[in-house]
Design a binder for this molecule. Sequence first.
Ligand code: ATP
Length: 302
Amino acid sequence: MTNVLSISGISKHYGKIHAVNDLSLEVQPGQVFGILGPNGSGKTTTLSIVLELVRADSGTFQWFGEHPGKESRKRIGSVIESPNFFPYLTAALNLKIVADIKEMDYDDIDRVLKVTGLYERRNTRFRTFSFGMKQRLAIASALLGNPEVLILDEPTNGLDPQGIAHIREIILQVASQGTTIIIASHLLDEVQKVCSHVAVLNKGTKLFDGKVSEVLSVSDCFELGASDPVALEKWLHTHTDIESVEKKNGIFQAFFKARITPADINNGCFRDGITLTHLSERKRSLEQHFLELLEEKNDQTP
Ligand code: ATP
């Protein structure tokens, strides 16, 4: 299968700042691909490079297995800046102007207005739109011509919870029709809810990439104590699903790779003659897990 996007060793400096550092990644057809990282991690710069708005210092990228050019650009829709339309014109008229610029006919305008939930408001002037509606109109304009790839940079920035939910529904609906979607976001929750795949960036460098279910999976953490701590420690270290064990003030914190219940632990210890004096389950939030991933990698960076 030909990749939709292949990035190979891209770097970009702004003075002394390494905005993007030797970045490689691949996006395959049908994926909802999240580029996740804190502010300043190089997400917008990466998207700007692959959209040919900014030139990389080094490295290459291909769209649909070919060098980027006019043909590939026609197959991509993007929203990378704040929505900007003619304030005194209606949503429909603004989309007609976009269609003219893209040299498309007007057949697709009603469809994209419906997909983004703006059809009923098509004859309303842009200036009266809420921020969420403006954002949806920007997505509508990117969807004109039904592109194979939709690129969104921080699509829910500044939106209220209802606006965020609406954008999420649109993304999932567009993805369900087979469109490949690339989203830059600093919100772990957003990536987790809509993306199938993710690349985690920090300071311009890719830390991880892969399936969201694998990269952002959360292991369960238990706090345990026993009348015989030596036996408990040995038991934990030999458990097939153990990820790591830490000891704090006589209590063990055990992280497991697979789903495990308190009953599993209790039964296992009981079978091996260990009496637990303390057992509590502690879920790490995804947010916490993401921060831990960033920290671990920072610690390993020379
Ligand atoms: P944010 O979510 O805050 O936009 P980001 O992950 O998209 O962050 P970028 O906008 O790509 O990150 O910025 C990466 C780094 O490059 C930052 O340190 C930023 O200050 C710097 N940078 C980006 N554009 C420019 C520019 N035109 N001139 C100078 N520095 C820039």
